[in-house]
Design a protein around this ligand. Structure first.
Ligand SMILES: Nc1ncnc2c1ncn2[C@@H]1O[C@H](COP(=O)(O)OP(=O)(O)O)[C@@H](O)[C@H]1O
Ligand SMILES: [Mg+2]
Length: 263
């Protein structure tokens, strides 16, 4: 049985459908990259996978070994969250809360786990610093450590490199790769970076304006209409840069292919 299966999934806000026709399966150890323009429904889908947003149709099914509370999550950042007045250690250990049931205080196990993740992400020297005083790259490492506190199996990362400079971005990608390859944790990452996706991910899910355009391995993706229509004439690079800068939607004639694949 797959770790997570999505069948004919759709989502709506106040009766207006924002995403439909989503069909894909994630196996243990996969590294899935979810690509799509701003507004395509990527964050909504992440919340659906976490059980935080109820689908308007279709289903999300977890494998026997997985529960929603065992999924680590790094949410898309907002300016308010960047200003959070807590220490690095407090932010990281809060990732353990979902696994603690009704127990109100952190125990030794949680403190050790948080310290281990802080060490793993090489932010031990920041442990007592205030989260809001850190650089963007340091903050994302803290949030990655927090997400890892919640899981031994799967992490969902919503635009973990948004706003980071190129060198910090590469270091972040390398960390995520290590978490996937060395720790065996399944990674589901939302990104605008089509080139990084085809380097690091094993599978790609590409969302169009309100529906799935492609799901398959990255090798299949490189031969797909969805990929080529975006890469054609450098339009893709332009488009993804535009999306990353949170600019307005691209013109209709640049829209990608329509193929959709189900495993
Ligand atoms: N809480 C909400 N209420 C109403 N509409 C929403 C809400 N959140 C997102 N949307 C809309 O749903 C669509 C998908 O949003 P989102 O999942 O954030 O896209 P993405 O993460 O791909 O940029 C957008 O049109 C957005 O405006
Ligand atoms: Mg989003």
């Amino acid at each position: 049985m797959s770790l997570i299966s999505c069948e004919n999934l759709s989502f709506a806000y106040e009766g207006v459908t924002v995403l439909q026709g989503v069909n894909f399966k994630i196996e243990q150890g996969d590294y899935l990259c979810i690509l799509g323009e701003n507004g395509a429904g990527k964050s909504t889908l992440m919340k659906g996978l976490l059980g935080l947003k109820k689908p308007s149709g279709g289903s999300v099914t977890y494998g026997e070994e997985l529960q929603a509370k065992e999924i680590g999550y790094l949410p898309q950042q907002t300016p308010v969250q960047k200003d959070f007045p807590a220490s690095v250690f407090e932010v990281v250990i809060s990732g353990c809360l979902s696994g603690m049931g009704r127990r109100p205080f952190y125990g030794r196990e949680e403190k050790e786990r948080a310290a281990r993740m802080i060490g793993l992400l090489e932010i031990t020297d920041l442990r007592n610093r205030c989260y809001r005083d850190l650089s963007g790259g340091q903050q994302q490492r803290v949030l990655l450590a927090r997400a890892l506190c919640a899981t031994k199996k799967v992490i969902l990362l919503d635009e973990p490199v948004a706003g980071l400079d190129p060198l910090v971005t590469i270091n972040m990608y390398k960390l995520i790769e290590r978490i996937n390859r060395k720790m065996g944790i399944t990674v589901i990452m939302v990104s605008h970076d089509i080139q990084a996706a085809t380097i690091y991910a094993t599978r790609i899910l590409h969302l169009g304006e309100d529906r799935q355009l492609f799901f398959g391995t990255k090798e299949e993706y490189r031969h797909s209409a969805a990929y080529h229509s975006f890469m054609d004439g450098g339009k893709a690079v332009h488009m993804w840069k535009k999306a990353a800068a949170s600019e307005s939607r691209k013109p209709a004639e640049e829209k990608g292919g329509t193929e959709s694949r189900r495993e």
